[in-house]
Design a protein around this ligand. Structure first.
Ligand code: FES
Ligand code: FE2
Length: 334
């Protein structure tokens, strides 16, 4: 976890940086993050991943369950991602063939009759995993605390049979907090994204969840239509944006910190299986627009800094509320 040192805090905001990656000085937030698409995690294969500046491996056992632990074997430091093998539901290290369970305990040591009790127990090597919506999610916490909140059901997909219409992904040079601050920063929408006026969201917080809702008139082939956009965010890594009015669409957005200045962003777009064809076209256009907006943001992000005390005016939107909410995901924060 990166912490701003005293010298960093005291440096002028326009200081030339030795390491341009060090533009944010923000730590890594805890939460659930997307780490792979389900189809990328094939039964019997080991998948190395990077999450919040740490290395882990994922594997899928013969029972079909996704598991994850630290990438580095605690025996003598081998990286499981290079030669590790899935044996049944466990992971075998290439160096001395110890086998490890998904709960972080040792299952077997080939040259030792019995695994010492202490080593066989579940431990914080394990990466808690939750798989849903075609995505493998992992819980990350800098102090390896167990999940503090759960992922919730997605009614549209679970009960109403909505289908995934499209998937897109990007890696952006930006700290993960900035990706979602973008939504609270309403004044940049007209300036950067050519919106006729800034969206005026209602912003609500409930524990580790955040909600916002904005209505606006949207141009369509049938003239101006009253549209509504609701956002429901589960921690810092996942949000659902529901579009009403001009079409029925649910955008699952997943931002996963690779480290303090790089974020892997994934989108899945769902709509009802029987969506009428005129709305399918609107949905396609919305998906293209979303991607276009991100590419506009991505011109700013690689050079942007995080200002602890920005100069804000009243109509800048709920940036400070957003930051207050976000700070609860920094261990020892709010
Ligand atoms: S380093 Fe992994 S079993 Fe020895
Ligand atoms: Fe934006």
């Amino acid at each position: 976890m990166k912490k701003a040192s005293a010298s960093k805090r005291n440096r002028p905001v326009n200081a030339v940086l030795d390491d341009p990656a060090d533009r944010f000085g923000l730590p890594m937030p805890f939460g659930w993050f997307a780490v792979a698409r389900s189809e990328e995690l094939v039964t019997g294969e080991v998948l190395p991943i990077v999450l919040a500046g740490e290395e882990f491996v994922l594997w899928r056992g013969e029972d079909g369950v996704a598991r994850g632990i630290d990438a580095i074997c605690r025996h003598l430091g081998t990286h499981f991602g290079h030669g590790g093998k899935v044996i049944g539901n466990d992971l075998r290290c290439p160096f001395h063939h110890w086998t490890w369970k998904g709960d972080g305990g040792v299952a077997g040591i080939p040259y030792q009759e019995k695994v010492p009790l202490k080593l066989s127990k579940a431990c914080d090597l394990a990466l808690p995993i939750h798989e849903d919506l075609g995505i493998v999610f992992a819980w990350w916490h800098p102090k390896r605390e167990k999940p503090l909140f759960a992922m919730s059901r997605v009614e549209e997909v679970a009960d109403q049979g909505w289908i995934a219409a499209d998937y897109r992904e990007w890696i952006f040079d930006v700290h993960v907090q900035e990706i979602t601050e973008n939504g609270a920063d309403v004044a940049h929408f007209p300036a950067l994204h050519n919106f006729p006026s800034p969206p005026v969201p209602e912003f609500k917080v409930d524990g580790y969840f955040r909600y916002s809702s904005a209505s606006s008139k949207m141009p369509t082939a049938r003239g101006m239509v009253e549209g509504k956009i609701d956002v429901r965010a589960i921690g810092p890594g996942i949000s659902f944006t529901r579009f009403w009015g001009i079409t029925d669409m649910l955008m699952l957005q997943m931002q996963t910190p690779l480290d303090g200045s790089r974020t892997w962003l994934r989108h899945i777009y769902f709509h009802p299986a029987d969506l009428e064809s005129s709305k399918v076209n609107v949905t396609r256009k919305l998906i293209r627009n979303t991607a276009m907006q991100l590419e506009e943001d991505a011109k700013v992000w690689p050079h942007k800094r995080h200002l602890e005390k920005p100069l804000l005016v009243k109509n800048d939107g709920p940036i400070l509320e957003y930051r207050r909410f976000y700070s609860r995901f920094y261990a020892g924060g709010e």
